[in-house]
Design a protein around this ligand. Sequence first.
Ligand code: THU
Length: 162
Amino acid sequence: MQKCISINYDEITDFNLLSQVDKNLINKAISASKLAYAPYSEFNVGAALILENNKIIIGNNQENSSFPCGVCAERVALFSARSIYPELLIKKIAITAVPKNFKLHNPVGPCGLCRQVLMEYEKKQQSDIEILFFDTKKIIKIAKAKDLLPFFFAEDKLKRIN
Ligand code: THU
């Protein structure tokens, strides 16, 4: 039997249509991207998430000469939020990529590792995390992390039943 998974998302080109919260998050993600430590890829990424108490936590990519040590902007923000405010719901995260040497033609979505981290927090908090990724022309808005990671790996797979 063949099955199909599809996702709904919003594509927004008029930034004026965004809520004040979304505009604010987007601006915070842009500022965060400017502070990235990305001397190797020269591909700056910024993320800004908002918690249930309206606190905003930012992150940007942190690279290292030992390349695998580097961490994406999204996970820097998520781990920071979860380490400081473990009890607070993460409501949404805005993400933007700003390469130094070329222009992107579309907004860049979070990598697979970041989707996995988003997914686990979303599942644990039992409340959706909205994801916005954007460039200067367009915003892609996805209602929940689960939509970005079908057949995700979850912690219950690690538990023995007997
Ligand atoms: N990067 C992010 O920060 N987020 C992503 O979702 C994808 C990639 C970073 C990692 C690395 O520092 C640079 O972008 C190039 O891959």
